[in-house]
Design a protein around this ligand. Structure first.
Ligand SMILES: Nc1nc2c([nH]c(=O)n2[C@H]2C[C@H](O)[C@@H](COP(=O)(O)OP(=O)(O)OP(=O)(O)O)O2)c(=O)[nH]1
Length: 134
């Protein structure tokens, strides 16, 4: 087992949920592992940050959005070839700003999620999400 597989990396992931249940997904940009795959916006937690602070930072950097509040929803661990990740999913219904493509990525509001491919660790979330959508 390699070093990257042994040590899980914390990742903050945010699901922005509109009043009608639509959620925001983004497409991973070129140059990252799984480029072109769809995901919920987020990224790795930096040293010294709380997971929620990382979530807020990533949303500003990627989308120009200020996440005002979010509730921690569920956690998933997944071992990829490139990393062992511990994903912390938050649901936010309170944010400021409209999403902008600050890293050149595509994004889309989706009801029943129809974009693909999705990052493998995120796929099971969609079924659970349908239960809390409204
Ligand atoms: N944002 C996000 N990451 C996910 C999801 N599902 C999933 O398996 N991941 C994984 C993919 C990556 O291995 C990891 C996120 O790391 P990343 O490389 O995108 O993070 P980052 O933006 O901090 O990247 P960088 O600064 O290192 O370029 O979490 C998801 O739904 N959203």
């Amino acid at each position: 087992m390699t070093e990257t597989q042994k040590r899980p990396v914390d990742v903050a992931v945010g699901i922005l949920m509109q009043a009608n249940g639509d959620v925001l997904l983004g497409q991973r940009p070129e140059g990252k592992p799984y480029a072109g795959y769809w995901e919920f916006p987020g990224g790795k937690v930096d040293p010294g940050e709380t997971i929620f602070q990382a979530l807020q930072r990533e949303f500003v950097e990627e989308l120009g959005i200020e996440v005002v509040s979010a509730e921690e929803w569920c956690g998933i661990e997944h071992v990829y070839e490139h990393a062992h990740v511990r994903l912390h999913f938050f649901i936010s219904r309170e944010w400021r700003g409209e999403p902008q493509s600050l890293e050149g990525q595509a994004f889309a509001w989706q009801g029943t999620v129809g974009v693909e491919p999705l990052l493998p660790a995120t796929i099971p979330l969609l079924e659970w999400l349908d239960k809390v959508r409204y």
